[in-house]
Design a protein around this ligand. Structure first.
Ligand SMILES: *[C@@H]1O[C@H](CO)[C@@H](O)[C@H](O)[C@H]1NC(C)=O
Ligand SMILES: *[C@@H]1O[C@H](CO)[C@@H](O)[C@H](O)[C@H]1NC(C)=O
Ligand SMILES: *[C@@H]1O[C@H](CO)[C@@H](O)[C@H](O)[C@H]1NC(C)=O
Length: 528
């Protein structure tokens, strides 16, 4: 999977996301490639106005919905974009399975938005067939969603289910809040929504209400509803305690109702929603992954077989209650390669089948591993340690190998301190990875050098595979990297040019050795 520049010691979640997205594209490209073409073909066949009867099957409903999505091409694109206030454009490629999965949801959203008289037009463009028009729109990958407002585009930041698309569009087109006027409407709303924010205002005006509206527009994910009737509020939010002004969030079990206790200010409302929008334990899926990765909380990821989820959810719900709003708990099916592998690789545990409890601090980039069985006590300690900064970060390491008689010592994460930093010798270290292009050539040179300098008492040759070994003091921007660690200053290794000949490297090494010998004499003289 690593074809380009490898990851550094720490990796951000954004990168993980990219890797996992690549996984998706690579692993799924070319399968089921007919899906979209079929849909499009259906589209075109049905272009005559014959279907006034009720649609009789799901497929027909879908086909009907598809027709609400306008097809863009080289001729009409510019006119459509400049002629409409709001357009959501989906750029797709016929072979792309992620596009194929999104297409019906996109169409369903179009159909629903039409029903509620949204001012938005939904359009799609086959970016492979019309590459020029697509690239003029700014479509670079598949699938891409872009919102054009009066001709200016902005990226789509919502989720990928039908409901999430509708929700996002409503927020961007001036319909961010659903007003509920009767018990009946409330009942209907509840049939379709399990996560929402509800506000009660005796009048839909005033500073508190304005902040509520602002928050509803800024937030990208949560449906806001409003009512001015306490009875309706108590249908939507049964824990509702009678008052004139109220705000609460409702979500799926088990902490279904949470009321807001703070001042009505946009930032505070958004923070409250952010802290409370996820369930106590979130199961990671391809649909919610973007949202989960985007969360700015400290995240504990638990990797386990799906069979164990039920037990684990109960276990971690207790912890989640305790660390609420500070740590987010996410459960990942260890068998779902797309979701689990990119993370497990970071720990060198991609072949593990055991339940693993890990954590990521996206602010520092550090990663953590709970290296004992997840009992309630251990989880508690892990969580507190993460929060108070006492939990040691995890660094990948292979097992310490036997180095008996080797010309070049093999260093791993765990032995880096002992063999490099605390060693009383000068160390010449080669940092390599299995996938790097020039590493092999450099390795051969290093072997030659090691032979050349063999027998020299104060110089040791060593190498480390940075793809499976990490250490907080081991840094390389590129591979291979050659470093000379002088005895007198181990924390400031000297970088050697990797494109030099063996002879040039030998001259440099001799120079550094001489400087060191000089230094040592100085020290000795000073001491005398
Ligand atoms: C789009 O342009 C029209 C006409 O100039 C204007 O009335 C409208 O407010 C604009 N819409 C947005 C969302 O800026
Ligand atoms: C941090 O949390 C750990 C685990 O609960 C605890 O043992 C330790 O005393 C805490 N340290 C501080 C400084 O609070
Ligand atoms: C170690 O090297 C750094 C950078 O070259 C230098 O600033 C520092 O003074 C050196 N320390 C010693 C003890 O020589």
């Amino acid at each position: 999977m690593f074809t380009s520049k490898p990851t550094s010691r720490f990796i951000s979640l954004a990168l993980i996301l990219l890797i996992s997205f690549n996984f998706l594209i690579n692993s799924t490209a070319n399968e089921d490639s007919d899906d979209i073409e079929d849909l499009i073909a259906l589209d075109q066949e049905q272009d005559d106005e014959t279907s006034s009867q009720k649609p009789s099957s799901e497929a027909e409903v879908l086909t009907k919905a598809q027709r609400i999505v306008l097809e863009l091409n080289n001729d009409n694109t510019q006119k459509v974009i400049s002629g409409n206030e709001y357009i959501l454009v989906l750029g797709y490629a016929p072979w792309c399975v992620r596009s194929a999965e999104l297409m019906p949801r996109f169409a369903e959203a179009a159909s629903f938005l039409k029903e509620i008289r949204s001012p938005l037009l939904m359009a799609k463009i086959d970016a492979e067939r019309y590459p020029k028009a697509a690239s003029n729109l700014g479509i670079k990958g598949y699938p891409t969603l872009l919102l054009f407002v009066n001709g200016t585009s902005q990226p789509y930041t919502g989720g990928f289910s039908t409901e999430e698309i509708v929700l996002w569009v409503r927020k961007k087109t001036g319909m961010p809040i659903i007003r509920i006027n009767s018990i009946n409407e409330a009942d209907n709303f509840l049939k379709k929504h399990s996560v929402f924010a509800v506000g009660l205002f005796d009048k839909y005006e005033g500073p508190d209400y304005d902040e509520f509206v602002k928050a509803s527009t800024t937030d990208n994910e949560i449906q806001f509803v409003e009512t001015n009737n306490p009875q309706i509020a108590s249908v939507l939010f049964p824990d509702f305690k009678f008052s004139k002004l109220f705000l609460g969030i409702v979500k799926s079990e088990p902490e279904r109702y949470t009321s807001y206790e703070d001042a009505f200010e946009e930032d505070k409302i958004l923070q409250f929603l952010n802290d409370n929008k996820f369930p106590l334990v979130t199961i990671l899926t391809e649909l919610n992954s973007v949202k989960v990765y985007a969360s700015d909380k400290l995240q504990v990821y638990v990797f386990a077989e799906a069979d164990n989820f039920k037990k684990l959810i109960e276990l971690f719900q207790d912890a989640a209650r305790k660390f609420k709003s500070k740590i987010m708990f996410v459960l990942v099916d260890i068998k779902e390669d797309n979701l689990a592998k990119p993370f497990l690789t970071l720990f060198g545990l991609e072949d593990s089948e055991e339940t693993l409890v890990t954590a990521f601090d996206y602010k520092t980039g550090a990663k953590y591993l709970l290296e004992s069985d997840p009992t309630p006590g251990q989880i508690d300690e892990f969580g507190s340690g993460l929060l108070n900064g006492t939990c040691p970060p995890f660094y990948k390491s292979q097992e310490i190998p036997e180095n008996k008689g080797a010309d070049i010592l093999t260093v791993v994460g765990k032995s880096f301190d002992e063999l490099v930093l605390s060693s009383s010798k000068n160390i010449f270290l080669e940092i390599y990875t299995p996938w790097c292009l020039n590493c092999e050539t450099t390795s051969k040179q290093v072997e030659k050098l090691a032979k050349h300098f063999k027998g020299l008492d104060n110089l040791v040759f060593a190498k480390i595979d940075a793809s499976v070994n990490e250490h907080p003091k081991l840094e390389a921007d590129d591979y291979p990297t050659l470093l000379f660690y002088p005895i007198s200053n181990k924390s400031n290794p000297i970088k050697l040019p990797t494109k030099s000949s063996s002879k040039e490297l030998a001259i440099l090494i001799n120079k550094y050795l001489k400087e060191e010998a000089h230094d040592e004499q100085h020290v000795e003289k000073d001491e005398l």
